[in-house]
Design a protein around this ligand. Structure first.
Ligand SMILES: NC(=O)c1ccc[n+]([C@@H]2O[C@H](COP(=O)([O-])OP(=O)(O)OC[C@H]3O[C@@H](n4cnc5c(N)ncnc54)[C@H](O)[C@@H]3O)[C@@H](O)[C@H]2O)c1
Length: 258
């Protein structure tokens, strides 16, 4: 029997990258999965692929986590088709990296509305069912930008630091009502968002090699390595973990300097 048998999980941004790896691993562990992605085509294609690979019911719903109305519609669709969610993975996120004074007000709003407020909209929408059933695990995919900072990446770390605050606040708030809220902070992970970053350099292959060399293990994190920890946090085995942030960054954030 899978470790997530009997669970209904929502994975935001599950159409690709870390979210897709989490959705696949959850389905392999027996969970019914809703992929909630703003890219409807990508979400549906990934859901179909995972359903075919695992034989588990995996569906997709177009959802913009920045829009609370869209989020409530997605949570309603989950309840109707898969039953009330008892696992939520707030994974949808965007990288907005600017020099602070060059950042536009629209950049700030876009980053905060997806990377921070999106997680709150989704948590808020699932919490009523979770509290009624006294059964819920909320997992926020943050980043090592939640506690370390790189110049010219503003305001992404502002949103990610705040998401850690959200994790701890909600974790403590509902610890006595059957809910666990925790976070995972991946380091540089090999997904499209990372490749887009390399592609902005004149020599993308060199940019990738240099970034890999900066990681203590000499490589990037694999999305599957994040998914493996998400399974633990989603399972009933981790229910005494509250407000934690598990860092999976190959040790890059514990290094003082070269
Ligand atoms: N890749 C990395 O190096 C890295 C490192 C640390 C943390 N993270 C975090 O992990 C999460 C996933 O990153 P990834 O690398 O897999 O990204 P990705 O860009 O490959 O995938 C993100 C997915 O989220 C979806 N999405 C974007 N905005 C959305 C919205 N408003 N509503 C719903 N869906 C939306 C996209 O369509 C896409 O399918 C993000 O929160 C990111 O900040 C990534």
């Amino acid at each position: 029997m899978g470790r997530l048998q009997g669970k209904t999980a929502i994975v935001t941004g599950g159409g690709r990258g870390i979210g897709a790896a989490v959705a696949l691993r959850f389905a392999r562990e027996g969970a019914l999965v809703m992929i909630a992605d703003v890219d409807e085509g990508q979400g549906r294609a990934t859901a179909l692929d995972i359903a075919q690979k695992t034989g588990v019911k995996v569906i997709a719903h177009r959802c913009d986590v920045a829009d609370p109305v869209s989020v409530v519609a997605m949570v309603d669709a989950t309840r109707n088709q898969l039953g009330p969610a008892n696992v939520l993975v707030n994974n949808a996120g965007i990288a907005v990296f600017r020099e602070p004074l060059e950042m536009t007000p629209a950049d700030w709003t876009r980053c905060m509305s997806v990377d921070l407020e999106g997680a709150w909209h989704c948590a808020r929408a699932v919490l009523t069912d979770m509290l009624t059933n006294r059964d819920g695990a909320i997992i926020n995919i943050i980043s090592n930008h939640a506690f370390t900072v790189i110049k010219d990446t503003f305001p992404y770390p502002v949103a990610k630091h705040a998401l850690l605050g959200l994790t701890r606040s909600l974790g403590l708030q509902y610890a006595d009502r059957g809910i666990s809220v925790n976070a995972i902070s991946p380091g540089y992970t090999d997904t499209q968002i990372a490749q887009d970053d390399f592609d902005r350099h004149p020599d993308p292959a060199r940019a990738r090699a240099e970034t890999e060399a900066k990681q203590p293990p000499g490589r990037l994190c694999k999305p599957e390595e994040v998914a493996a920890v998400a399974v633990l946090l989603a399972s009933n085995e981790a229910r005494f973990m509250i407000g934690e942030n598990i860092v999976i960054d190959g040790g890059v954030s514990i290094r003082m300097y070269e």
